[in-house]
Structure formats: structure tokens, C-alpha cells
Design a protein around this ligand. Structure first.
Ligand code: IFM
Length: 429
């Protein structure tokens, strides 16, 4: 097997999110963790996280030195707008400097506006379902684009809208800790309107800056396959959650309407055409079978696809699923794709080298088949605060000593640096 070459202009780098790395943030998540320490495996919090807010210059220099030519990060809404309508110019100046630091280190910035967290004032007012959430989000987006938009082309409005709705409102594992189908559907409708409003703000203000913005959500695709493909019951049980989780948001964006079963086809202003590319977060696939005891989960039991190796998070490692996702999503959406996240939780960096090779090989296959894939951002640069999993799941290319905050490159960091330098993916395993 010979190495595969990635295009010269292909974006290669890492993705991060403010709450997971920065420290010093007061938002719905920090309040939730303070009130529910038992909800976090290992009891960690993100009060200091990995102190990236103070260390971003050295951190980004290190990634640039490892030949990354792109970097995804998120702006923290609660920092930028600590009170409704009051924008903190120092916080905006900080993020403008993060963008400049990316550029100085030859990395294309990919900027996310909402990555799971909300300012406390909005979560207390109803969160995603609050009537004024779309207008508030558009104003915050406008403030960010005013501050950064002359230096940024790639925007992500909302990270994994279906994940945040399901984990916070249906499964109750994340703030606000609800278990209600009605609230989940309301959150999903709100997220769709928030995305549409922010996309309009980004496009309009970027045009004033003379930049043609690229706008998307970061869509989490976790293909749900029947556990027993020969069983009509498993097939039927997999179909509905697969549509809701993997297609409903995207198709609604493409059609410009709140599709059923979440809505009744209502047109949302600014939604049609709001995606200029597709941001894809892809990790794994899941097997689904009938579970009569799980009405809240639409009678579906979810588990790792039998026979595949598992990551330390218990997720099946399935590079073929990424290959299929790229093919299907490109056909269905007709948009260029940027892989905004792909990665593996791996305690000892034993699985990661093969994971990287196999997943980048799948990307190279897709490009060879004519699919317009613009880049690949590994999740994530540094081991960090993994939401309800605390610090127990390690996705990073670097480990971090949380006493001294020292960053230590794992062997896979060097492998990824070599791929970034040569644009060649070593032969898959
Ligand atoms: O850490 C998360 C990230 O915030 C969103 N996508 C999945 C990652 C791994 O669980």
C-alpha cells in the first residue's frame, strides 16, 4: 500500500471549544457543575480547565510549529455578552487576538459561535426555546463578526444542535437537566431559528467586510444501523431516531422549513440557503434494537456495533462509517464538507495512530471519488474537560498536567504533524 496524498490547499488541524479548555467562565455549564458535581465522572470541573485563555499564544504557536494549517475554536457567548445587550469589548479583543495568532502561525481560523454553553441570563430565560433566543443570538453573532469578520471566512453557528437538545432536554445529563420530549422539540425548533438568524448576520456583515463567509452548523453524524439488519423490527426501530438525529436539522436547513415531526413545515426566514458548506463531526456508528422498556428513547436500545474495536469511551471505531457519511451527506446536501471534528478517546495513545491513518484514508477515498472535502480537524489538541465525562476521556494529541499545566505531545501528535507537513497519509492498517 502506498501513502495517499491530500490536496495542497486541504485544511488540517485541530478543533477545540471554549468551555472545555479556557477556564474562568461563568455560564450555564459552570453553574450546573457547581450544583451537580455528581453529574460529572471523576468529579472534575472547568473552573481552570487547561487555562487556554491565558496560554493561547504558546498553545497556538505549538500547533503552527507542527504544520497545522487550520484551527477551530469557539467564542464564549457568556464572556462576550455577560449581561443581555452589554458586550464586553475586552473579551471581543481577546478573540480577535486568538484569530490573529492563528493567522500569524499560518492557521486558517474556523470560528464557532455556540458550542454547548449559554450565558446564565439566557438559560434562566428559557434557553434555546426562549422566544427572543434567535434575535439575541443574531446580535451576539453580529458583535463577533464586527470584531473578527475581516479576518475570518469559516464560521460555525452552532455545534451539534441535536446533541445539545437531546442531552440537555431529553436525557437530562447536561444542563438544564430536563427529561421532556416536549422541551426537546421546543429546543430543536429554537436552535433552528437561532442558526438561521445568526447565519443572516454573519453573511451580511462579512459582505460589508468584503469577505464571502462560509457558514454551517457542526452536524454530529452518528449513523444508527439496525443491530440485526435482517430484522424488520430493528430496521423500523432504527429509522426514526436515525432521521431525527442525523437528518432532521440538515434537511430543515436545506428546505428552509421546520420539518415534521418536530414542526409542521413552517417557513423560517433566512433558513433556506443558510448552509454554504457542511461542518461534519464524526466519531462512530451505533447499533439499534427494540427496547420495550425505553419509551423515552423511542423504544430503541443503542449500543456499539458488534465486532468493531472500542475506544476508551466505549465507542465503536468505524472508519468505514466516515467514508459512508461523506458519500451520503455530499449526495444529500450537495455542499462542500469540512470535517469539523473527528477523534478518539484513548487513555494510552495506543489506538489513535491507527485511528488517524484509517480515518484520513477514508477521507482520501472520498476525495478520490470526487467528493468535495475541504479539510479535516482532529478533536482535539489537548486532553480537556469532556462535559459529563469530566477529565476521564482523553481525546487530545497532547496530555496536560493539570497541576503545572504542562502540555506533553503524545506519539500521535508527531504522526499528525508529519501528515500535516507532507500531506501524505501513511498506508492504512
Ligand atoms: O468533546 C466533544 C465536543 O465538545 C463535541 N463533539 C464531540 C466531542 C467528543 O465527545
Amino acid at each position: 500500500m502506498t501513502p495517499r496524498r491530500l490536496p495542497e490547499e486541504f485544511l488540517l488541524g485541530c478543533a477545540t471549544a471554549a468551555h472545555q479548555v479556557e477556564g474562568g467562565i461563568d455560564n450555564d455549564w459552570s453553574r450546573w457543575v457547581a450544583d451537580h458535581p455528581e453529574a460529572i465522572s471523576g468529579g472534575g470541573d472547568a473552573v481552570i480547565a487547561i487555562d487556554h485563555y491565558n496560554r493561547y499564544r504558546e498553545d497556538l504557536e505549538q500547533l503552527g510549529a507542527m504544520h497545522h494549517n487550520a484551527h477551530r475554536f469557539s467564542v464564549e457567548w457568556a464572556r462576550v455578552e455577560p449581561e443581555p445587550g452589554t458586550f464586553d469589548q475586552q473579551a471581543l479583543a481577546h478573540y480577535a487576538d486568538v484569530v490573529r495568532t492563528c493567522r500569524r502561525n499560518r492557521m486558517e481560523p474556523v470560528v464557532t459561535l455556540q458550542h454547548f454553553t449559554l450565558p446564565v441570563w439566557l438559560s434562566e430565560a428559557g434557553g434555546f426555546a426562549a422566544t427572543d433566543a434567535p434575535i439575541r443570538f443574531a446580535r451576539y453573532a453580529a458583535a463577533c463578526v464586527e470584531a473578527l469578520g475581516d479576518m475570518v471566512t469559516w464560521w460555525v453557528t452552532i455545534n451539534e444542535p441535536t446533541v445539545v437538545a437531546v442531552l440537555g432536554h431529553l436525557e437530562g445529563l447536561w444542563p438544564p437537566g430536563e427529561r421532556s420530549l416536549r422541551r426537546t422539540l421546543a429546543a430543536l425548533r429554537g436552535l433552528l431559528r437561532m442558526h438561521a438568524a445568526a447565519a443572516q448576520a454573519i453573511t451580511t456583515i462579512s459582505n460589508h467586510h468584503g469577505r464571502r463567509a462560509q457558514v454551517s452548523i457542526a452536524h454530529h453524524e452518528r449513523r444508527l444501523v439496525p443491530r440485526n439488519p435482517a430484522s424488520p423490527v430493528d430496521r423500523a426501530v432504527a429509522k426514526v431516531p436515525d432521521f431525527l438525529f442525523n437528518r432532521w436539522f440538515l434537511r430543515s436547513c436545506i428546505e428552509g422549513r421546520v420539518l415534521g415531526p418536530v414542526g409542521h413545515g413552517e417557513v423560517v426566514p433566512g433558513l433556506a440557503g443558510s448552509l454554504t458548506y457542511l461542518g461534519l463531526n464524526h466519531y462512530t456508528s451505533e447499533a439499534v434494537s427494540l427496547d420495550l422498556g425505553a419509551p423515552g428513547m423511542l423504544f430503541a436500545r443503542h449500543e456499539a456495533v458488534p465486532g468493531l474495536p472500542l475506544s476508551s469511551a466505549g465507542w465503536a471505531i468505524d472508519a468505514g462509517a466516515l467514508r459512508r457519511a461523506l458519500t451520503d451527506l455530499s449526495e444529500e446536501c450537495g455542499l462542500p464538507i469540512l470535517i469539523t471534528e473527528n477523534g478518539v478517546a484513548d487513555d494510552h495513545d495506543e489506538l489513535r495512530p491507527a485511528y488517524l491513518r484509517d480515518h484520513l484514508d477514508a477521507v482520501a477515498d472520498a476525495i478520490d471519488a470526487g467528493i468535495d472535502v475541504r479539510g479535516y480537524l482532529y478533536w482535539t489538541a489537548w486532553d480537556n474537560f469532556e462535559w459529563a465525562e469530566g477529565y476521564t476521556k482523553r481525546f487530545g494529541l497532547f496530555s496536560v498536567d493539570r497541576e503545572t499545566q504542562e502540555r506533553m505531545a503524545k506519539p500521535s501528535a508527531a504522526l499528525f504533524a508529519e501528515i500535516c507537513r507532507t500531506r501524505e497519509v501513511p498506508a492504512a492498517t
